[in-house]
Ligand binder design. Structure first.
Ligand SMILES: O=C(O)CCC(=O)C(=O)O
Length: 261
């Protein structure tokens, strides 16, 4: 399913684009997204500020409530592709993340890594960023090649005001100046059916959606054999209150089921 070059890209650059792999699933995912927008969960967040036009809406953890998301998670080739790219025998489902940026929104997604926001550590993990609308390169996901191998995690911040996400951020390093540095930035124009797959440690972001159509994306997050629970210095995003886990444990299977292997 995955060729040697795609695997090497994922392993060395922390990101790979796969063309057309989910094209048979786009109408199902669109129906799921429509339902998600109409029935946001209590975890939904809308980023909007007085000085910015448009809005940026996110929701998390709905796959067991939204039948179309559940079908995709359980029946699409995603889990098998994840096993190959992560080089993992088994695949555990972590969470789904729906994002949409309104047409002509001036809200960008800042550079960040996902892992510091999560209670997960390890190298075998993957996000499938699946655009539901075609995206020109300029409005697509941007990833910093090789950043999944950086020695320390980047300090997470609140997207609304750039404040530190945790009260104590001493274990994290500051975000380098990506836009003025030498790092290679990878990004691709994408069509519905394509996926950008990236590691939880890969630094990524997206420009504001300045064009006259909405940008909708569904991301699915999965983990592999070496994933372990880690206590972060505060409430994570998404937050799972009462998870009742300790450092070094596998994620609990009743909440994060195995979907492959
Ligand atoms: O689509 C975007 O603007 C950002 C996506 C993102 O940060 C993610 O899927 O982790």
């Amino acid at each position: 399913m995955i060729c040697a070059q795609q695997l090497e890209n994922y392993q060395t650059q922390g990101v790979v684009v796969l063309r057309g792999v989910f094209k048979d699933w786009i109408s199902t995912l669109n129906r799921g997204a429509d339902y998600n927008i109409a029935h946001p969960s209590s975890r939904a967040i809308t980023h909007q500020s007085a000085d910015k036009t448009g809005r940026f809406f996110e929701d998390f953890g709905n796959w067991q409530q939204i039948e179309e998301y559940r079908q995709f998670v359980e029946q699409s080739p995603m889990a098998a592709i994840a096993a190959q790219l992560m080089q993992s025998k088994r695949v555990q489902f972590f969470h789904d993340h729906y994002l949409d940026k309104a047409a002509v929104s001036s809200v960008a997604t800042p550079w960040h890594q996902d892992m510091p926001y999560y209670f997960v550590e390890g190298m075998q993990n993957i996000s499938f960023w699946i655009p539901l609308d075609a995206r020109q390169k300029q409005f697509s996901l941007k990833c910093v090649a090789g950043s999944h191998l950086w020695p320390k995690l980047i300090m997470p911040t609140k997207w609304s005001n750039s404040a530190e996400f945790y009260a104590d951020s001493s274990e994290f390093m500051a975000l380098p100046d990506i836009d003025n540095g030498d790092d290679q930035i990878l990004s691709w124009a994408v069509e519905p059916g394509d996926v950008v797959a990236f590691n939880f440690k890969t630094v990524h972001g997206a420009n504001a959606n300045n064009i006259n159509s909405v940008n909708r994306t569904i991301s699915f997050r999965l983990v592999g054999d070496d994933a372990r629970y880690v206590q972060r210095p505060g409430k994570t995003s998404p937050d799972y209150p009462n998870i009742n886990q300790h450092n070094g444990e596998h994620l609990r299977e009743d909440w994060f089921p195995f979907i492959y292997g």
